[in-house]
Write a protein that binds this ligand. Sequence first.
Ligand code: GLC
Ligand code: GLC
Length: 814
Amino acid sequence: MKYGYFDDKNREYVITRPDTPLPWINYLGCQDYFGIISATAGGYSYYRDARLRRITRGRYNNVPFDFGGRYIYLRDDTSGEFWSPSWMPTRGALEQYECRHGMGYSTISSTLNGIAASTRYFVPLDETLEIWQLTLTNNRPEPAELSVFSSVEFCLWDAMDDSTNFQRNFSIGQVEIDDEVIYHKTEYRERRNHFAWFACSEKLAGFDTQREAFLGPWRGWDKPAAVERGESAGSVAHGWSPIGSHHVRARFAPGETRQIIYVLGYNENKVEEKFDPPGSQTVNKKTVKPLIAKYRERANVDAAFERLRAYWDGLLGIYQVSTPDEHTDRMVNIWNAYQCMATFNMSRSASTFESGIGRGLGFRDSNQDLLGFVHMVPERARQRILDLAATQLPTGGAYHQYQPLTKKGNNDVGGNFNDDPHWLIVGVGAYLKETGDWGILDEPVMFDSAPGSEQPLYEHLRRSFRYTLERLGPHGLPLIGRADWNDCLNLNCFSDTPGQSFQTTTSKDGKVAESVFIAGLFVLAAKELAAIATRRGQKGDAKACLEEAARMDETVRKHGWDGEWFVRAYDDFGRKIGSNECEEGKIFIESQGFCVLAGIGLEDGMARKALDSVRKHLATPHGIVLQQPAYSRYYIEYGEISSYPPGYKENAGIFCHNNPWVIIGETMLGNGDAAHDYYSRINPSARETISEVHRCEPYVYAQMIAGRDAPTHGEAKNSWLTGTAAWNYYAITQWILGIRPEYEGLRIAPVVPQGWKGFNATRKFRGVTYRIAVSRKGTGNKLSLKVDGKAIDGSVIPVPTDGRKDVKIEAVIG
Ligand code: GLC
Ligand code: GLC
């Protein structure tokens, strides 16, 4: 069953009924001002940090789930009837409803009793404000008298305090109303120098800024008293819950169309210029007034929207493909790339499943996210790398996360995840291959954000590498520390206390438990670092990296091979995890995927065997589960992984983040059919027709789909903010389609299904546009390449040195 359809031409997903199984959201904003918006106008906005600079309120644990938003109410002043054109929050029947989620905007439209309403929500580039562009049309044969009410509920900035510290909150709310603009200025009188404002393009009939005055006593947002009676209360908030609501009255002739523009903004003033006049308590509005004047004009709003469109056309135009599979095309050309940008902007902070309160930017997560967006925003990727590296510890270890506002690492979600440092090498490698910007390696970067500790970025990579060598366990495999990629494999935690965090508790000294996954990651990262060192002329480093990679490869074969697949880990008692010897959790996906990715066992059949075991034991029609058999009880020595009921999350759920490791592994073994088949099982677009099972948005990946042990097998959760986005993008674009940036140029090495006759792609790379036509002559993957008509050896196309900006590539495979 579907709840809408893809409009690929306009790069939109069109939701045709408001009662989606879960909130189906989109993101607004590209730089500093961001918002979540659902198909029924739910969601909230923030400036840079979803916790510390929350502009509007989102409600947690609400019923209905999706509550609090950018709500507009329409009232027929003749009959007194009122409704929400976005369905929520009044939820009355609408004659027609549609939400178009597009690139950085959402348009929600509906019709009731001859009144058509359509609101386009977006954040203009380079501004810290959002626009709601409401178009109203009277399709009745007679005039219509309408009242239009807007509403937002302001958050008292720190979203955590806002939802907990009521003894203070109910006394601090402050607003100003000036020239019909509503200013929210809670705490501005003391240490804040930022405020929010909410303006409307039309002359107002009234306004409200105190929630209870607008709603009326004992009422909810579905039935505000002001809307019901057709008149605002003119309330000024002192404490309690500041809101912003404008009331506009308008008479529409038959057939008449009109726009009302709302602008919600965030501004900061210099500390010395906070008040105007100086010495008063009145917000200085000098920086805001020109913005208000500008965006009250429709032409300026339309121009800002066109700029936003052009921005996305530019980003998405860097990699476009046309294949025999529409789901592949749609994800590569539009949605998967778009989701990668969302993970760049939001990391794991704000979504339907991430509260915006708990998680900053993860070290591991952000480095992996680079794989998905580095080609679109290389300069910003560069800055991200430098920011991440500056939080690295002198030992080479890493804080697990840092806060975007301070850019300092913290241990709030634990530290000593022993895989963390290597992701920096992976991220930097991806950046270098895309850009060829070798200068980044010489950038001085602090350790632990401490001024004076700067060393070239390259030294950070060396320390990442050494970190593991200094932390080897009894079998010579890397010690796992708090956990590895799998945050829930907590082998040193031994927690028996309810509520204790698995991510921050440690009960063992951690000298025994080892990770085969980190071993695989280490081999991959060491080879990458060797490649980097070689090109930098650091021969000694390169040699050491390759030697250690070879040694670890051997250790894995010796102690990390279980006969038919790779072992997952050794626990604190030195017993195997992910082995036939185990009662449960006999085989895990991570070590199969990553050891193959690292090239371990490619030649001698071990890799093939491991992936055959994945197929046999872990593959389901909904994707590949994380392990089998699921843990049926809590194992104190394994930690959080066994805390989840079977089939969910890390306990045998389908983690869409690691499925691509197997997909890539299959391409490395030349098996395009298997690779694309796995790819399609979790491709959200390919799952659109089972939306009632999948339940999350069909246009973006979810972190997890319930595994076969779960009663809700096939049900997705945690959509949007997940490493799944980058990894699937990387797997399809670079390994299946095989258009892969390398240090020396662009590699063309497709491993596509046998049934594909070919495909075309455009890839912009280091300032050159490559137009690539791939055709199939036989059933294999053997490749012959012509560059601008001339046959070349090998599969890497060097960047032209003769100034050509457009290069034609013909590839024949078979
Ligand atoms: C979450 C985390 C990621 C981790 C994964 C597996 O997606 O963000 O860092 O690797 O879970 O536990
Ligand atoms: C929990 C989740 C895991 C996530 C971690 C983040 O352990 O299961 O997926 O990575 O929290 O702290």
